[in-house]
Write a protein that binds this ligand. Structure first.
Ligand code: SIN
Length: 500
């Protein structure tokens, strides 16, 4: 088995992982584990809308914080929100200085788009491909700063109560990476659902690595469904029709052409995502952009237009059918405001982490902001800690042969997860998850990444269902058929689970 020693091991090569890497001192050796092409396999490059940052003349970090907390449905952590909203503008300006090609107004100032839940235009964007622009900048700058390993981490190692690295499965077998500090930046869980806006690698494996190492997870009952994914095609991956389209004036209509969202919220199309998603899920719905200036659509949304055209429809001329799809995980590895998990030397940043910043429902474009702000903070915290010697790893996990149909396992996992933890949650269905996925959750580790992801997904979905059953109310992205309203007694109560 190949053995590597490094100062910092970052697992995940999306916006959070690479922005953190760029903020680590140059003298530290950094290894980045990437499941796909450098930074190309995760959700970051897919982000359309933008990065939320209070940069407009009518905006302020306080207003951004107020919007974030309102949308978080009484569950947001005020300290985390304050940090996010006050540091996001500086992170965006840093990215611009690194060369990120954000859209500009004629006077050179950053162009801001408006999305759901934002009381003013606040999303710094690069047309409708903001994540791709950010990732291209970060990949470029990180290339000569990090050693990249293409593979997937199978297990973390904890020695003497500290995380000392982990084992990575690559095409050439298992690689042991001993590190002074380890950072999880593995992203979300959308690929566990039958319908998602996330890429195939968003399987929650980082959350399960942390859980198995003994770290705490929090808020894992809260999943965000994006209201307007294209309701066409057979793939479980859905084309996202960015909320910025609604910010630019697009309507959501029913089969009679009625704009029905105002019956659910006074902000109509720009109401918080959980409200809009539930309303759209309750009937056949279409996005109507036909009244918007075609030149504006072509200029600001070229990728969405092109994507929709591949399905034979044209946003300029046609009504386009939409349905919600799993989009973002508010829960994750519980951390402090510098990314520290409950295990010394193990950090978590970005979507796999949970600072409480999103509460029960994330505000639009706060995810890229979160990745940058908390990635940078974790890097600074790591730089400020006493490094200490690299500790060795314990014995590598044994890899076993198993005879299992992994593809069939994935179909079952997605069906069980979507049936139990979708937009509307039924207690009996949630209670059936533990039994339905038991065989997958106890699979041994094998030499197959897909099988390892399947096992991790089953473990996480069972945990999520257990926690979702405990929360006997509806709030944000957790909506129960038997308790359809928020219960004030649950406000701010955060459920945390850990093995230790
Ligand atoms: C979108 O563009 O609608 C998604 C952006 C986000 O999830 O924040």
């Amino acid at each position: 088995m190949e053995r590597i020693k490094t100062d910092i091991l970052i697992i995940g090569a999306g916006a959070a992982g690479l922005f953190a890497a760029l903020h680590l001192p140059r003298e530290l050796d950094v290894v980045v584990v990437d499941k796909g092409k450098l930074g190309g396999g995760g959700s970051s490059p897919w982000a359309q809308g933008g990065v939320a940052a209070a940069l407009g003349p009518d905006d302020s970090p306080d207003l951004h914080a107020a919007d974030t907390l309102r949308v978080a449905a009484g569950h947001g952590d005020v300290s985390a929100v304050t940090v996010l909203c006050s540091e996001a503008p500086e992170c965006v300006m840093e990215l611009a200085e690194l060369g990120c090609d954000f859209a500009r107004n004629e006077d050179g100032s950053l162009h801001l788009a408006r999305e759901g839940g934002q009381s003013v235009a606040r999303s710094v964007h690069s047309d409708d491909a903001t994540g791709a622009a950010i990732m291209s900048t970060l990949r470029d700058k990180a290339r000569d700063r990090v050693t990249r390993i293409e593979g997937s981490c199978l297990q973390l190692c904890v020695v003497g109560g500290r995380c000392t690295g982990g084992w990575v499965l690559t095409e050439d077998g298992l690689v042991e990476v001993a590190a002074r500090s380890t950072v999880l930046a593995t992203g979300g869980i959308g690929a566990l659902f039958t319908s998602t806006t996330n890429p195939v690698g968003a399987t929650g494996d980082g959350q399960v690595l942390a859980w198995e190492a003994g770290a705490g997870l929090a808020d894992i009952e809260f999943v965000q469904f994006h209201p307007t994914a294209l309701a066409l095609g057979d793939s479980h991956q859905r084309l996202l029709l960015t909320e910025a389209l609604r910010g630019a004036g697009a309507h959501v209509v029913d089969s009679e052409g009625r704009r029905f969202l105002f019956e659910h919220h006074s902000d109509g199309e720009l109401a918080p995502r959980d409200v809009v998603a539930r309303a759209i899920a309750s009937r056949h719905s279409w996005l109507d952009c036909r009244h918007i200036d075609p030149a504006l659509l072509e200029e600001e949304f070229p990728n969405v237009l092109a994507g929709v055209r591949t399905y034979g429809l044209d946003l300029i001329k046609d009504l386009v059918p939409v349905q919600p799809a799993a989009h973002y995980f508010m829960g994750g590895i519980q951390t402090d405001l510098d990314g520290r998990s409950s295990i010394p030397r193990l950090y978590a940043i970005g979507e796999c982490s949970n600072t409480g910043v999103h509460g029960a429902n994330r505000l639009a474009s706060n995810s890229l902001a979160e990745a940058l702000v908390f990635g940078r903070r974790a890097a600074k915290a790591i730089a400020g800690q006493r490094m200490g010697p690299t500790k060795g790893l314990a014995a590598a996990p044994p890899l076993q042969e198993v005879d299992i149909d992994v593809d069939a396992g994935w179909v079952r996992l997605r069906e069980v997860c979507s049936g139990a933890l979708g937009i509307q949650r039924d207690p009996k269905v949630m209670a059936s998850v533990a039994g339905a996925l038991e065989d997958l959750a106890i699979l041994p580790l094998t030499g197959s990444t897909r099988a390892a992801e399947l096992r991790a997904g089953a473990i996480l979905v069972r945990l999520m269902a257990r926690v979702a059953l405990l929360r006997t109310e509806s709030r944000g992205g957790h909506h129960r058929t038997d308790y359809p309203s928020p219960d004030p007694d649950w406000a701010g109560v955060r459920l945390r689970v850990s093995r230790s």
